[in-house]
Design a protein around this ligand. Sequence first.
Ligand SMILES: Cc1cc2nc3c(=O)[nH]c(=O)nc-3n(C[C@H](O)[C@H](O)[C@H](O)COP(=O)(O)O)c2cc1C
Length: 182
Amino acid sequence: MKKILLGVTASIAAYRAQELARMLVKAGYSVHTILTENSLHLVAPLTFETLTGNPVHTASFPGVSGWAGGMGGMEHIRLKEGASLLLVAPATADIIGKFACGIADDLLSTTFLSVLCPVVMAPAMNPNMYGHPALKANMERLRSWGVTFVDPAEGAAVCGDEGYGKLAGLDDIFRAVQDAVR
Ligand SMILES: Cc1cc2nc3c(=O)[nH]c(=O)nc-3n(C[C@H](O)[C@H](O)[C@H](O)COP(=O)(O)O)c2cc1C
């Protein structure tokens, strides 16, 4: 059974990662979720734990809320073991920026630096954010390191702005996963 690390960040589209987790589990993947601390304002660990049958990881340090434990206090290193893919969906502008700059100040960004497997990211954000040169430069940098992006869809954002930035269709993300772990 192939192991997928599913990173979920604090985009309004985070709720859709729940359905994505279900799709991946049904397709036979072993899904291990990493929620950023900010994403906890939008989605609940118990949902992912129930859907995937695996503990959900949030914090790097014992004693901090969201620490799943069981890895000798080295989750940021151990999570990568046996992983076929790191999928970040939805990916905020923030996590894209952190990955592009090598910042490792939380469990997901630290895990990014430690994995040797392919990385797929599905950005989701306001169209103006998605069009910002800072975001584009960060994505370009990550692409040059081999990261694959599943392009966002066009349409009206929750805030009402129109353009590209909505999380890609789950079928598109699923196909990118299959291509990456093949
Ligand atoms: C309700 C709400 C929705 C948000 N949606 C998005 C989003 O879709 N994309 C994005 O890049 N940031 C979004 N943000 C801003 C991020 O949550 C913020 O940049 C945060 O620091 C990201 O944290 P993380 O990357 O550690 O999860 C949203 C913020 C709020 C309050």
